[in-house]
Design a protein around this ligand. Sequence first.
Ligand code: B3K
Ligand code: ZN
Length: 881
Amino acid sequence: MRSDDTPLIRLEDYRPSDWLIDTVDLDISLHPTKTRIRSQLALRPNPAGRPGAPLVLDGDELKLVAIRLDGLLIDDAAYSVTPQQLTLHAPPTRRFTLMIDTEVDPSANTKLMGLYLSSHVYCTQCEADGFRRISYFLDRPDVMSVYTVRLEARKLIAPVLLSNGNRVAAGELPGGERHFAVWHDPHPKPAYLFALVGGALDHVRQNYVTAEGRSVELAVYVEPGKADRAGWAMDCLVRCMRWDERVFGRNYDLDVFNIVAVSDFNMGAMENKGLNIFNDKYVLADPQTATDGDYASIEAIIAHEYFHNWTGNRITCRDWFQLCLKEGLTVFRDQEFSADERSRPVKRIADVRTLRTTQFSEDAGPLAHPVRPRAYKEINNFYTPTVYEKGAEVIRMLKLLVGEAAFRAGMDLYFERCDGTAATIEDFLACFAESSGQDLTHFARWYEQAGTPTIVASGRYDAAARSYTLDLAQKTAPTPGQPEKQPVVLPVALGLVGGRGDLPLATASEAYAGNGVVILDQPSLSVTFTDVAEPPIPSLLRGFSAPVRLELDLDEAALLRLFSADSDPFNRWQAWQTVAMRALVETGRDPGRLDALAGTGEALAAGLREFLKTEAPADPAFAAQVLRLPALGDVAREIGRDVDPDAIQAAHRRLSTEIGRQLGRDLLELRERLASAARYSPDAASAGRRALRNEVLGLIALSAPDSGAQLAEAQFAAGDNLTDRLAALAAMTLIPGNGREALIARFAKTYAAEPLVLDKWLMAQALIPESGTLDRVRTLMQHPAFSLTNPNRVRALIGGFAANLTQFNRTDGEGYAFLAEIVIALDRTNPQVASRLLASFKSWRMLEPRRKALAEAKLAMVARTPNLSRDVADIAERTLA
Ligand code: B3K
Ligand code: ZN
């Protein structure tokens, strides 16, 4: 389909459904190629809809087998049907039942939307619009129904049969070869939350009693033989259930909660009511096959999906424009959970890194859109960092603005008032306006306006008046479709740092909200602080209190002072990053200055020496974040135009090398101090030590390749866990030569039976910033570990390559040609994965002219390809616009 022919769906055109479906009874007989679905819908006219309207049900590649109305056959002329739609021209204007039989072929479903087979396991994915690939339905989130599902299958193939809700019946069919299970979910839900699973699976089980006293059977289902890797996920589940009771007063509401891990999945996981389905990458963990990063992601995603039970399922979205209502809020909730379970500052730093790398880059390019988009052609292309991560930042700002108590009261009100409904952002914000007494109309602009605001700040100390005046201004660059920007509400958490720490803040300014927060809600304003005893250094946006860029002219000495003296750990880290970022931006713009980086390296190393001796061993996770320089892509975005990726890469490498060289022995000593003889444990403190140790290894690999290679080889050989072994591999990829190739081969042999570990191996190679990488990636596509039909494999190898700043953006355009070729091939089988890959082109406009022209040509080539999916056509069109 050409995207130009696809209708644009607009928020302003929303109208309630003409029909409602109170109950859905599904009878599904699972078969690999001919699964029969009998659906019985209890329909009634929606009082809020148009009386006498036709009934138009959604379908997608469906085959209608039979249809009956109130049990009777209906006349051919009374309805029309295509694979995309089933229309009853003049349905009864009262309650009636419709019985619809369809047949689908799960084994041919390569889109992984609807009902499909993943390694012999039947499973479903219905968000956003996959249910219509199973049966004709009013497939929209504001049509909520009570489901009863009978599943039937061969016992041998699918001994486990699961659906949403509680199991109410099960048994064998005559003959004993087939069996069935009946599931009933008492909570009305939209079709996108429907799920079923059928297959041979192992599981772990645990009983849980909620704070309200409900006994719940928890289970995590995995591929046979992998149950010993499901323990961590179960542990995370229990902890996040308790946390939600304690922090948000939310209890679970069914007798069972099931999680199923499958190996073919388009995204991370899915919050289907009572039956979360996961990409196995985010469930399976043991020390040999999962890294510390995996343990942390599993914790976050298990929590995220579980938290959706209230923010998403009990209260869902009225329409897909409100996606951030559930996603931004649920990301905020999972971030808070992880912060409470681990180190809050380190979690914040990690989240801001992600925000900048993924969301700021989206906001700075052609795919920029508001947290609540106004129009879309393909909703699956709007599950973006803007909706998720920026959406979470908006909630975080809301909490800062209204305060802790009003935030909790607003959430309580939201749960009480909107429970069982399909709600909007307006419904949500009204709860906080009420709980806080604040007018949130202006704040709501965050949902409408795209682009990352910049705060321009400067300060003046008046010694005679003992006052300090801070001038703050905001601006937001135009984004597609939004040439004019209005000021947004920006909570600026701040401190004034004096010789002995934070100075007291006193001001008569109305913009000062107390608690160290200035509200910048106009184009510009000034705040004067009085009784300031000495010239302070301003520490702005503490804890990253708003998702913005900050321009503040502090010299290197002031920044290094903040690094050592700021009471806000986030801003200590930020000060450090700012020094590094400036040097990288200057050199990235002007490669002639490469040698000048030696000076910056020296200054940074001097600042680090003491820190690494005294503080780093006490808070290694924080120290690891300090040692990690800004990502290449972040430097590119800061440069913003005429970007030369090779110059940025050279600057980055040079700066790391200089820091490593200057610190020399200190690094080796630190590594020794951090070594641990204890058995692997995934807890945050142990993970922090490994993170710092491995960050140090990377610096040694660059600055002293011979000893780096020796250390890496020894670490691989001795490693009792994947974290250290993978870090050894990553360090070796920085050192070209036979040693590297030998370790790559050894890694593959060690983990030959572990597809998820080999994904990391594929990715580590795809990220090598050398001209041979594209050939290497092409060769790896032939490796038995790779498959174009499995999304995890594709994301690891091809997605890894697309994230390789210098090699994707090769000067000969071959990186673009390669990606375009894969996108077109993959679009025929899995449009969602293909369109995600194509979005890697999103920063093409900031490149220098030669690369820009090459990228544009390849994008145009993709856009011209006949029979593109709506997913890919939409991304191509918007990226080029
Ligand atoms: N809600 C799902 C994402 C569905 C994506 C559809 N293309 C997972 C999550 O955000 O929890
Ligand atoms: Zn979510």
